[in-house]
Design a protein around this ligand. Structure first.
Ligand SMILES: *[C@@H]1O[C@H](CO)[C@@H](O)[C@H](O)[C@H]1NC(C)=O
Ligand SMILES: *[C@@H]1O[C@H](CO)[C@@H](O)[C@H](O)[C@H]1NC(C)=O
Length: 478
């Protein structure tokens, strides 16, 4: 009987893991005034670190902060879910408060009070690891944006009623000056320019929450004001590199391969907006644009070759504490790795620098962008680093790869001869156009697994019942 229970638990675990996001708790405070990010244009920036999905009450020690400090970044970017500000009710399939399934009668997530949110931000500021980055290294510019959990509610968008309060709290957390225009606008988007001419890096922080329409509405992601602003930013002063940060993934479409089990937030679920983003980059003729993102609780590097005149990379790092392999008992981590391995991807960059075959990384990690300005041409290194600072995934390419004339635009139907086909498919084909056996591979495996387990359960139960009947019979006879 306990075997069967375990199997049921395993299946539940896998489902829960895949769906799981977060719950949050509280801790206490300290505070010190830290100067706002310096955008001193004479200091050139060659190392940028970033992280997302940080549980303010995660247990110590957290070696990841030392590793970030050792990487010696000039800029650190909070990419969202900087705290888990909302609260999660337990999974209940039956009972009075049912939180999952079409029969659910209560929302799984609910927001916190303003006080509670501030306490959770304060907990991050007093986290010894983060404090030593923020207070011990004032030369590091700390900037950031938000995702859903620090915005205040899982998967929330423009409908969220407490967004203006959340905005001030995030900006307090980021030490944004009180008179900053960023405190008066609707949403937290902004941009920074680092470095002297010839070595300029522009960082554009998007707000994917404040103006976002409901999921599956195919409505707006950024809202018109932010779109016009972004257009000006892309057409404005030049920079050798432009990093567009988005809390959610831009290139990868995980929903397409997890469908119909569940959907993950991403630009791909807003196809019109995603198309608009690529078009805007393309028509701005801006060179050196790339994305960084978080949210998904694992790291990967993807690349899209059909969005602009050069490859668009998306370096995803998630999370600083929230990592998919940590949501299951250690003994089950293999199941997650197995799933990552069988998951098809047309956008992922497979490189020899990956620790695992899947080229994903499901343990705590941070993102690292390194530019070697001294090389000719300058070299760009994108990495997902583990909590000890070691590379788990990495790609390196010359900055000149992100120049306009490097690549013929590839139309979706205009596939080019033999050799190119695989490559074209690899970084261009939408996941939703994969052959069905690849697209539904994960669903098939999970469903077969669930079916096999159910059969086993029935077998065990039948056996137990017939054993019981035998026992009763015996009892009666005796
Ligand atoms: C954060 O960590 C605490 C302590 O381990 C845990 O109880 C809580 O569930 C975690 N929250 C999330 C969102 O994982
Ligand atoms: C991503 O996948 C979902 C689910 O299959 C689909 O509805 C959506 O159109 C896809 N987006 C893109 C950009 O391919």
């Amino acid at each position: 009987m306990s075997r069967a229970k375990e199997l049921v638990r395993l299946i539940l675990f896998i489902f829960v893991t895949l769906i799981s996001q977060a719950k949050a708790e509280e801790t206490q405070t300290v505070e010190a005034i830290v100067s706002p990010p310096s955008t001193n244009s004479n200091v050139f920036v060659s190392r940028i670190a970033f992280g997302s999905c940080f549980n303010q009450s995660a247990p110590q020690p957290q070696p990841i902060w030392e590793s970030i400090i050792r990487f010696d970044p000039q800029v650190f970017i909070w990419l969202g879910d900087n705290i888990y500000g909302d609260n999660k009710r337990p999974v209940r399939i039956w009972g009075r408060e049912r939180t999952v399934g079409p029969w659910k009668n209560i929302e799984r997530f609910f927001p916190s009070t303003e006080d509670e949110l501030s306490r959770r931000y304060a907990a991050v500021k007093s986290n010894p690891g983060y404090a030593s980055l923020r207070q011990g290294h004032p030369e590091v510019s700390i900037i950031g944006t938000w995702d859903d959990h620090d915005y205040g509610l899982n998967v929330a968008g423009k409908e969220f009623p407490y967004k203006d309060t959340s905005q001030q709290l995030l900006l307090d957390f980021l030490d944004e000056p009180f008179n900053s225009p960023r405190r008066k606008q609707a949403g937290v988007y902004t941009s920074y320019m680092f470095g002297p001419p010839g070595k300029r890096i522009k960082v554009i922080l998007l707000d994917t929450r404040y103006h976002r329409d409901l999921m599956f509405s195919d409505g707006t992601m950024l809202g018109e004001t932010q779109w016009s602003w972004l257009e000006e930013e892309l057409n404005g002063p030049q920079s050798e590199i432009t990093i567009i940060t988005s809390s959610i993934q831009v290139v990868s479409n995980l929903s397409a391969i997890f469908e119909p089990l569940f959907y993950m937030e991403s630009w791909s679920l807003f196809p019109k907006e995603r198309h608009r983003l690529f078009n805007l980059i393309d028509s701005s003729k801006r060179e050196g644009v790339m994305f960084i993102s978080g949210d998904v609780h694992f790291g990967e590097i993807t690349r899209y070759d059909c969005g602009a005149a050069y490859p668009l990379y998306d370096l995803t790092s998630s999370g600083l504490t929230q990592a998919v392999e940590r949501t299951v008992p250690k003994a089950l981590a293999f199941a997650i790795r197995f799933m990552a391995w069988i998951a098809p991807s047309t956008k992922r960059v497979f490189s020899p620098n990956c620790r695992f075959r899947s080229c994903t990384y499901g343990l705590p990690n941070f993102g690292a962008v390194e530019i070697d300005w001294e090389a000719t041409p300058p070299m760009v290194k994108l990495e997902v680093r583990d909590e000890f600072g070691k590379t788990a995934i990495g790609v390196e390419f010359p900055l000149s790869d992100l120049r306009l004339q490097q690549q013929q635009p590839r139309s979706k139907t205009g596939m080019r001869g033999g050799q190119d086909w695989k490559y074209y498919k690899q970084h261009c084909l939408p996941e939703s156009e994969l052959p069905w056996f690849a697209k539904y591979r994960i669903a098939l495996v999970l469903v077969s697994f669930a079916a096999a387990s159910a059969m086993l359960l029935v077998l065990v139960v039948t056996k137990a019942v017939s054993g019981g009947t035998m026992f009763i019979k015996k009892f009666k006879v005796d």
